[in-house]
Design a protein around this ligand. Structure first.
Ligand SMILES: Cc1cc2nc3c(=O)[nH]c(=O)nc-3n(C[C@H](O)[C@H](O)[C@H](O)COP(=O)(O)O)c2cc1C
Length: 230
């Protein structure tokens, strides 16, 4: 399975079976985590065989079951790393999908088990991503908004949309966003440039969602075909 297929096959999975992630898959995931942390100054950690985050208190009765593995998305306290953590988290999610693993981003419905991961004094846990072997591969979202609601063709001379842009937008719409709110908007500009911004979101997830969405767009559009405009 390549990354484009992983984008199409990934769905939020909240119920997991009791099957450990094989050591060779753990090594591959860890390699990408190390790369992401080095590139972006993050401190993402893979937490294995830790059932408490999803099985105590109110989190015992939520939609989640059998979660024993998760990525702890640890960021700096005083730096805005939302887009970077969205982008890196999604790179890891898609790698896991190619390895036959399932996942779900989790902003709220988990307990912060502080001794399960390492935190430097200037760091905090932003959120987690549950992962492992799902009971199922999840389901495709039923209602999909038309792609035209998510972009504007802002070129001086509008012609047919480039194939790479169409592919990128399709992948952007398949990206997971908090509560599936999809608070993002793209603009196709002249000279093969694209801008993407987060819309207003009082819950504060849109900047992180934007990193996830841009990751999907880049993979499907092909980094060689366009440049991000500021
Ligand atoms: C930043 C973020 C936070 C999320 N937080 C939660 C959460 O707290 N609980 C939950 O059940 N799902 C959570 N999700 C999963 C979304 O609800 C899910 O990705 C979205 O509904 C789209 O469905 P899909 O992932 O199957 O495409 C979160 C997703 C993202 C991207």
């Amino acid at each position: 399975m390549d990354l484009q297929q992983a984008i199409r096959e990934r769905h939020a999975v909240r119920k997991y079976v009791d099957r450990p992630i094989e050591p060779e898959k753990v090594r591959e995931i860890q390699k990408l985590i190390d790369e992401c942390n080095a590139e972006c100054g993050l401190h993402i950690q893979l937490v294995l065989d830790e059932p408490l985050a999803f099985s105590t208190g109110v989190f015992k009765y939520g939609q989640f079951s059998g979660v024993k593995n998760y990525l702890a998305l640890v960021v700096k306290k005083n730096v805005d790393q939302n887009e970077a953590v969205g982008r890196c988290g999604q790179r890891i999610v898609l790698l896991m999908q190619t390895l036959g693993l399932n996942s779900c981003w989790v902003g709220l419905t988990f307990r912060n088990v502080k001794d399960a991961y390492r935190l430097e004094p200037d760091e905090k846990l932003r959120m987690v991503i549950a992962c492992g072997y799902g009971e199922t591969n999840g389901v495709e979202r039923r209602q999909r908004k038309p792609v035209g609601e998510f972009f504007e063709d802002a070129r001086a001379e509008k012609g047919a949309l480039p194939d790479w842009f169409v592919r990128g937008m399709d992948a952007a719409l398949l990206a997971p966003t908090a509560m599936n709110r999809q608070k993002f908007f793209f603009r196709l500009l002249d000279g093969g440039k694209v801008s993407a911004r987060a819309k207003f979101d009082p819950l504060g997830y849109a900047p992180l969602d934007l990193g996830i969405v841009k990751c999907n767009f880049e993979i499907a559009a092909g980094r060689e075909n366009f440049e991000w405009a500021p």
